[in-house]
Design a binder for this molecule. Structure first.
Ligand SMILES: *Cc1c(COP(=O)(O)O)cnc(C)c1O
Length: 396
């Protein structure tokens, strides 16, 4: 044991979350948003697990991620949510990837790419109804619709979707929610009056999917909820299961006298004769440096233990007190919470951030392993390396 930290991803939880979301939204379809490597859970395995649970669409940010899903053999509908110029549009069209456009010039670029690709692009028009990020604001919307209709008339694009994004869906009751709903309905109506016949109109992210049935339209776009998380106050409901558990093993345990200063800047002193443990991961591997001196946020041998002193680049010291522990013991940083370990939501609440930010930190430098065999409900352990190449082969 070298104490190697790992992020264990429970694919069955992802499948079950997608299925629960399907039931929750009734007639609407579910697009599992698997951007940011599925919030650090591994894009391709998470996508497959969500599809096995009944998601029928996938959402990514970059076109290259959409193409990577195709290259991994995923044939569900995939939408790239960033409308970005100078991306691989022709290649994406060739891979039957749906694209977003929120500007006239992008519609024209994509139409030109469709000429190259030799088939029409599937386009989703993005309305900025109050997020103030991508998409066309109300006064630019008619021109965007006109450009898309012109390209449709030439047979270069098909407007298959109209969408927008909430700014404040995780602040239930926020007045902008109703305003965005109304603005979205108006944008859809204008586009349909102009002749667009979208297959899907979509607006709801995780918090809207969980709290706002009038936002479902034809399709909901949860990302966090698929991996068991939410940005709503209090986190996700208990019918969603967090899919990531991060753990590592103590590489050293030693007893020290009372008053021993610990780690950089001596921000912690032991209060009595006690044990200190060392974990081989720090802020390089994903523990926020703000977690310095965070009490009772680690878990080992059935008990919460504390981060003692400053989080280092590649280490963190664990205050074990009188709790028995030895080198090699597993420490859980966060998980679903079944056994008393903290959740990513608890970390986020302590650190004043979102659970999404916690889980996406533990990627890349912490190898991922997977449990669960999607679609079978089995719990066979399947080891996959840190790359999200999606080769979730059956275990022996
Ligand atoms: C990230 C994102 C989502 C998913 O958000 P969650 O809160 O994780 O569900 C949906 N739509 C768009 C446009 C996004 O950028």
């Amino acid at each position: 044991m070298d104490g190697q930290p790992e992020a264990l991803i429970d694919l069955d939880a992802i499948t079950a979350n997608a299925a629960a979301l399907r039931r929750h939204v009734g007639a609407a379809q579910v697009m599992a948003v698997v951007k940011s490597d599925a919030y650090g859970h591994g894009m391709v395995p998470a996508a497959r697990a969500a599809l096995a649970g009944g998601a029928t669409w996938l959402g990514v940010v970059q076109l290259d991620d959409a193409i990577a899903l195709r290259q991994a053999g995923v044939d569900a509908r995939v939408l790239s949510l960033h409308g970005s110029p100078d991306a691989s549009h022709a290649e994406a069209i060739g891979h039957d990837v749906d694209m977003t456009a929120g500007t006239v010039s992008l519609v024209q670029q994509i139409a030109a790419a469709a000429t190259v690709a030799g088939r029409p692009a599937r386009l989703h028009l993005e309305a900025d109804t109050g997020m103030g990020r991508g998409g066309a604001i109300a006064r630019d919307w008619p021109a965007l619709v006109d450009a898309a209709r012109a390209a449709e008339a030439e047979g270069l694009v098909r407007v298959v979707g109209i969408w927008s994004h909430f700014a404040c869906a995780d602040i239930p009751g926020h007045p902008s929610i109703e305003q965005q709903l109304a603005a979205f309905r108006a944008a859809v109506e204008l586009a349909e009056r102009a002749g667009c016949q979208p297959e899907v109109r979509h607006l709801a992210n995780t918090p809207a999917t969980l709290t706002l049935p009038e936002s479902y339209f034809d399709l909901v776009r949860p990302g966090g909820a698929v991996v068991g998380l939410s940005t709503l106050p209090g986190g996700a409901p208990d019918w969603l299961r967090p899919a990531m558990t991060v753990s590592a093993r103590l590489i050293q345990v030693k007893r020290v006298p009372a008053g021993t200063p610990v780690s950089y800047a001596h921000r912690h002193f032991t209060s009595g004769e006690s044990a200190l443990g060392v974990l081989p991961l720090g802020y390089n591997e994903g523990i926020p440096r703000h977690a310095t001196n965070l009490a009772d946020m680690l878990f080992t041998r059935g008990r919460r233990v504390a981060i003692a002193g400053t989080v280092c680049l590649n280490h963190v010291v664990v205050g074990l007190g009188d709790h028995p522990a030895e080198a090699g013991d597993e420490i859980i940083l966060f998980g679903p919470g079944d056994n008393g370990e903290p959740t990513a939501q608890e970390w986020a609440d302590r650190l004043g951030t979102l659970s999404y930010e916690i889980v996406t930190r533990f990627t890349g430098k912490v190898p991922r392993t997977y449990s669960g065999v999607t679609g079978t409900g089995g719990d066979v352990e399947v080891a996959v390396d840190g790359r999200s190449d999606g080769q979730v082969a059956a275990a022996h």
